[in-house]
Design a protein around this ligand. Sequence first.
Ligand SMILES: N[C@@H](Cc1c[nH]c[nH+]1)C(=O)O
Length: 379
Amino acid sequence: MSSAGNSGGQMGLLPEGLSDRLPPQAEASARLARDVIDCVSAHGYQRVMPPLAEFEETLTGRLKSARAQDLLRAVDPVSQRTLALRPDMTAQVGRIAATRLASAARPLRLCYSGPVLKLRANQLRPEREQLQVGAELIGSDSVVAATEIVSVAIEALQAAGVSGITVDFTLPDLIDELAADALPLGVDEIEAVRAELDSKDAGGLAELGSAAAAYLPLIEATGPFHAAMERLEAIDAGGVLASRIAALRAIAKPIGWDITLTLDPTERHSFAYQSWFGFSIFAEGFIGEIGRGGSYTIIHPDGREEPATGFSLYPDPLIDAGFGRTDERRIFLPLHADAERAKALRADGWRTVAALSAGDDGAALGCSHWLDGDTPRAY
Ligand SMILES: N[C@@H](Cc1c[nH]c[nH+]1)C(=O)O
């Protein structure tokens, strides 16, 4: 969120990582979220508004393989149960899809926008509260579903004025799949191999022994999409890899030439519930990802599993950089200005700022114009 919020004299007024959005960024934030939601809605995604907090177990138990999370928790004096503030709305949408909308027709397209909260900030993003805007396609994790989600995510960012977009494809469950058969690893070895792959440490990986060293070529299969895909193809790991390679190529195919595509097959996302397909979105000039997405599995109350695919954008850095702002025309209305004329100006897109007393100063109140009789005049 805005650095303006916690800077200077405000230091210490709010807990670390939480800040106010002030004008004009608060409005820019709302406008940008609206632009993204409008774009997603135009593709048939209907809005849901889950609550800010819910029982901890419903936040963590609905998505398969969700990692135990650092959550901001409180004991609810009403139910005597532990509540948690949401760190992510995808799990909430999963709960809605598995319960109240369990019998709605599939595929079910839902979208959302709202704040999410992390217990701890990281260096890249010092803010603990972030705006999250996203869409979930429930009932499918097919190539067609993934293609739709990736293209809607890109279109939504473009609708918000973002250019220079890079999409980085990942294969979240690849290590588990390979370890189970083609490149076998013991259960206790998997985490060590993952850690070395996370840090792209070829030396460390080789030191783990010959079974782990079989994963070395995956480190090389990283970078610009087509070259990295060729290196991935050269790895002989049977059907697991072949089907994923074909799927990634199919998803990549319709993506516009103006989008940079990269591959990082072993990259892990923070929430770690993605199944076969994942992606991160970056924009030129911004450090860190501004969106993530992928396929995942929702667990219904009866144990049934349902595939889904979705994305979430985190637009705060865009707002800090001035996206979402418009040139607003503010006009000062002196005392006793004509109310009908003022109404007509508002209908024409002006923002009117009415004097409450003779001493009010329109220019100091941010107006570029004042109403002189019937005529707007520049200060
Ligand atoms: N909510 C996920 C992204 C996602 C949405 N749907 C599926 N994955 C995240 O923020 O990392």
